[in-house]
Design a protein around this ligand. Structure first.
Ligand SMILES: *Cc1c(COP(=O)(O)O)cnc(C)c1O
Length: 345
């Protein structure tokens, strides 16, 4: 394993982070006169907790991890971007990722001027480990593995992910945006033994809170401390923090919500497989289905004309002829099935 000293950009190691007022003093006070807030009007006049400790304590209790090993970002997008800003020297370092996968890893690579090295999955969407490690060199700082993977829908066994994360010397990021819909399990239980692993999750999928923009990174305290030093001081506003606490405290457990969705996914997969237009429904560990159809472009357009919007993935490597269909409400799924029947050929 490379040490953080070898992995973190030198300018980030040297950084003297901004110390905001809410960092410098925490606790009770009778008069808050340190942050130039407007104390004459109540409401949103106070700066929020820069480290979102209340949210992290609840989340940590739920996931079985200490709050100081959790980072919260403005969506997973911020967590992804921070990996580049912290580890990748622009114009020098590179990252390796499976292909096809989530588009943000490559967009953020371009923005941060890091070389992006995609490694094609096998036809069955399994990982070609030898090809993956052939793409790695001494400047490879981050390895992106999305599991369950978007858009292919499959999750990788934790045994395999552990083997890959132990073998890769740099930072292995496991993006678990869809993990609650999968039976293959999370990598969080192995985070203590894999000090260079970052596990990402999000409030956008199983938590049904995409509008909140709250992404999660779990890692060693050392990595989390660096992320906290680099992020904008008050990245998560108080409305989001309060809503996150409300969602985490709410009675409907995320596991129950996910279970319902998985049942709906199984029904939809079965119904889709019966249609003439559907050539293949790929197995899914997520809340969407990758579906190979007879004529993806035409069917996509037809559905769109009917107001049923799916994702056309037919130009994506290994997904030729495929649509990515999110499992919706019963009503939405029925509408989709009816429209697919009407426009069958
Ligand atoms: C949807 C999704 C996310 C969530 O991103 P947010 O910015 O948290 O909404 C992260 N990773 C993958 C692979 C996704 O598909």
């Amino acid at each position: 394993m490379m040490t953080l000293k070898q992995l973190v950009r030198p300018n980030i190691q040297r950084l003297t982070p901004y110390t905001c007022a809410r960092n410098e003093y925490t606790g009770e006070a009778r008069a808050w006169l340190d942050a130039n807030e407007n104390s004459r009007i109540d409401g949103l006049n106070r700066y929020p907790d820069p480290l979102q400790t209340e949210v992290k304590k609840r989340l940590g209790a739920l996931r079985g991890i200490s709050h100081d090993r959790i980072f919260l970002g403005v969506g997973s997008d911020e967590c992804i971007d921070l990996c580049y800003r912290v580890f990748c020297r622009p114009g020098i370092d590179n990252v390796v990722a499976i292909e096809p996968t989530y588009g943000m890893y490559s967009v953020c690579a371009e923005i941060n001027d890091a070389e992006y090295r995609p490694v094609r999955l096998n036809e069955d969407f399994s990982i070609n480990e030898e090809a993956l490690f052939s793409a790695v060199d001494s400047n490879t700082k981050v390895l992106w593995i999305c599991s369950p993977n978007n858009p292919t829908g499959n999750a990788y066994p934790t045994d395999q992910l552990r083997r890959i994360a132990s073998r890769f010397e740099g930072i292995t990021v496991i993006d678990e945006a869809y993990v609650d819909f999968s039976e293959k399990g999370s990598m969080l239980p192995y985070i203590d033994g894999l000090t260079n692993m970052i596990v990402m999750q999000t409030f956008s999928k199983a938590w049904a809170s995409a509008a909140m923009r709250l992404g999660i990174a779990y890692a060693s305290k050392e990595i989390i401390d660096i992320f906290n030093n680099v992020k904008y001081p008050y990245n998560i506003n108080i409305l989001t923090q309060n809503e996150a606490i409300r969602v985490l405290d709410s009675h409907r457990k995320v596991a129950d919500v996910a279970e319902e969705l998985v049942e709906a996914r199984k029904r939809l997969a079965g119904d889709l497989a019966k249609l003439d237009t559907v050539l293949k429904v790929y197995p899914s560990d997520a809340n969407f289905l990758l579906v190979r159809v007879t004529d993806a472009d035409r069917i996509y357009e037809k559905l769109k004309d009917e107001g049923v919007i799916v994702r056309n993935r037919s130009k994506v490597a290994l997904c030729e002829g495929c649509l990515r269909i999110t499992v919706g409400s019963e009503k939405e799924n029925d509408l989709l099935l009816n429209k697919l029947k009407e426009h069958g050929n």
